[in-house]
Write a protein that binds this ligand. Sequence first.
Ligand code: HEC
Ligand code: HEC
Length: 269
Amino acid sequence: MINFLKVAFFSVLMVGGFWGYSNFGIPQIKPAPPPVEEKLDLGAMTMDQFVALGGTIFNGKGTCTLCHNKMGRAPMLDKIGTVAPERLKDARYKGTAKTIEEYLHESLTKPSAFVVAGFGKSGSNDTESPMPDVTGGGIGLNEAELAAVIAYLQDSGGAEVTVTIPAMPAAGAAAPKAEEAAPLKTAQEVIAKYGCGACHKVADQTGEIGPNLTKLGATKNKDYIRQALLDPDAVIAKGFPGGMMPKTYGEQMKAQELEMLVNYLAGLK
Ligand code: HEC
Ligand code: HEC
């Protein structure tokens, strides 16, 4: 009996070991599952749950934290309740929003309607925002997800939550589902969506925290670049801080997008 248990235990260990190896040992670049496929059962949701859903989208599918983080490449949003009314009074404000909720909606869907001073694309004199339209192809939030994110921003930014949870569609109508965004079409779109330009000089972006990538292909091959994206800490570029580059690209990017990006960067000479 003891022997049987030993053998059984050993087999479990082996199988577990291989399972672990195949799952964690081999870098996975299978097409990432849609990052957060939230089941939107809106009818049954309380406002607290709706706000929490917004937080999940903000930190996941929305990719907001790639730019809105402590590194200062995009404004922090934790005081947006007091900041938004000031934006609306700004002499440069030319948008159409009248309320905090409208300002947030506009910021998310027409980022260039008002560009926070000092945060515009370089050379645009703060008339063009580096932020993508979050309902566009890259991030692809639908109306319900957008409303949830706005509710979250109001709640976490010290404003009254004025968003109403979108009504449940009539029975039989298709539920608003978080559709998987189609893969991006160009490497430039991938760079914009994943915020590489916040830290790197690449495409038309001018980040300075990481190495300049505009001639990367002259010294680095595709394998090196792929590894730099999937496992950024494997090799730390000389003269730059390790641990800064997000480690989540391997999960977030579709395999197709990753390869397009690798080919693009390897071609920059
Ligand atoms: C590629 C980087 C990037 C991503 C991704 C991004 N943003 Fe932004 N965002 C910016 C920058 C830069 C600004 C400041 C320039 C401007 O006003 O448009 C900004 C401005 C804003 C503003 C206005 C802030 C203010 O102080 O007036 C809001 C609100 C906002 N973003 C929310 C979001 C949310 C929510 C998401 C995710 C769904 C998101 N952003 C994704 C870069 C980004
Ligand atoms: C938060 C800042 C940040 C973001 C966002 C970021 N990187 Fe980086 N990246 C760095 C830093 C810092 C280094 C240098 C340290 C290291 O090698 O990890 C680096 C290193 C690299 C390298 C290796 C360069 C070399 O010469 O060895 C490549 C390639 C790269 N990044 C590509 C990208 C791409 C493409 C994106 C967007 C998908 C991106 N990075 C997003 C900060 C960032």
